[in-house]
Write a protein that binds this ligand. Structure first.
Ligand SMILES: [Zn+2]
Length: 349
């Protein structure tokens, strides 16, 4: 049997497929915690998602397997293959199989402009549309974020809205670099599927594990230096440029606004990295509101030093590219107990 011949709910299917991806999920049921596997399989006629309650450990993505006694079910208009305790998965070592029209399935952490067209699966958030004109037509571009269990990146979609909170599989999405980060865009040729699997996002990493500009990552570490220029700066309210003289050369009539930022070095026991944090991260952390900034102008460096320097913190941040190196743009900071971080470091040594 071939994938394109499968229709509806079938039992005892025998089919030879290539395993394209293997993901694992733990769930709690009334009978206790259990694990299942899911992913995609393909052959020269198509690609199907599967769910496996049992999955032989040596089988991995890229392997060709002979499947016996599998089932299919139609679920939300999509056929899914099920492997249970009756199913036999026989590995075909060394065997190659062409898969129809497939893009490499990648995790968001592994995006690279070197392979610019990929298939990704992730949850959409903060997506909103913006109209623009092209050749006399009004078109809409949708911008937001997509995240999986490894990273969170920007996504843009030309004409096709994606719903916030839903999981999509995007086949033939394009990877590009913008603002020193990687992002994904979907266009006319991208195939868009709604997925049913929910996803959990606990993206804790050690610094040495990350070599890509991944987003929405949690790192725990000590702040070992604090940049002396950290503090309050003035910006033009029109163009947002930082102003050293207090007046914007391009908009001298516009009012200025105060902003706060901080540079520091974070060390997690595996590596250290330069971080920059703006007011969205700093103000809640030191407990100062925007309208209170003028009042604290003189003492803000001392406040930052007291709360940051030498402290153990948990940051949520985006990695950004800096001339071949990575730095962190911090989205939020919170304190952690030194005991927790010591344990964390010991466990990883
Ligand atoms: Zn300006």
């Amino acid at each position: 049997m071939k994938i394109n011949e499968i229709q509806g709910n079938l039992n005892n299917i025998e089919i030879k497929v290539k395993i394209l991806s293997v993901d694992k999920r733990e769930i709690s049921t009334s009978k206790g915690d259990t694990v299942y596997y899911y992913g995609l399989v393909g052959d020269d006629t198509g690609v199907l998602p599967y769910t496996a309650w049992e999955f032989p450990a040596p089988i991995k993505a890229g392997d060709v397997v002979q499947v016996k006694y599998a089932k299919t079910k139609l679920y939300n208009d999509r056929i899914r293959l099920y492997f249970d305790s009756k199913t036999e998965l026989l590995l075909k070592p060394g065997e190659e199989m062409d898969v129809k029209n497939t893009y490499k399935e990648v995790k968001l952490m592994d995006l690279s402009t070197k392979s610019p067209f990929v298939a990704v699966t992730g949850k959409i958030s903060n997506m909103s549309g913006k109209e623009y004109n092209k050749a006399g037509k009004t078109l809409t571009i949708y911008n937001g974020f997509i995240e999986d269990d490894t990273s969170k990146v920007r996504i843009s979609s030309f004409g096709k809205p994606l719903e916030n909170g839903k999981i999509y599989r995007l086949v033939g999405a394009k990877v590009s670099e913008f603002n020193r980060q990687l992002e994904i865009s979907i266009g006319d040729k991208t195939e868009v599927f709604i997925e049913n699997e929910d996803m959990d996002f606990e993206r804790y990493y050690k610094l040495f594990e990350v070599d890509n500009p991944a987003g929405g990552i949690t790192i725990i570490g000590f702040i070992i230096t604090l940049g002396t220029k950290s503090g309050i700066i003035k910006r033009c309210s029109e163009c947002n440029k930082p102003l050293s003289t207090g007046v914007c050369p391009d908009h001298p009539d516009k009012p200025t606004k105060l902003d706060i930022f901080s540079y520091f070095t974070l060390d997690d026991g595996t590596k250290y990295i330069q971080c920059i944090a703006g007011k969205k991260a700093i103000m809640p952390f030191i407990g100062v509101k925007e309208e209170e900034l003028p009042r604290y102008a003189g003492e803000i460096y001392k406040m930052l030093e007291d709360k940051l320097y030498g402290h153990a913190v948990k940051v949520n941040a985006d990695f950004i590219k800096n001339d071949g190196d990575l730095s962190l743009r911090v989205n939020s900071i919170e304190n952690v107990e030194k005991e927790d971080i010591r344990k964390d470091i010991e466990l990883n040594q």
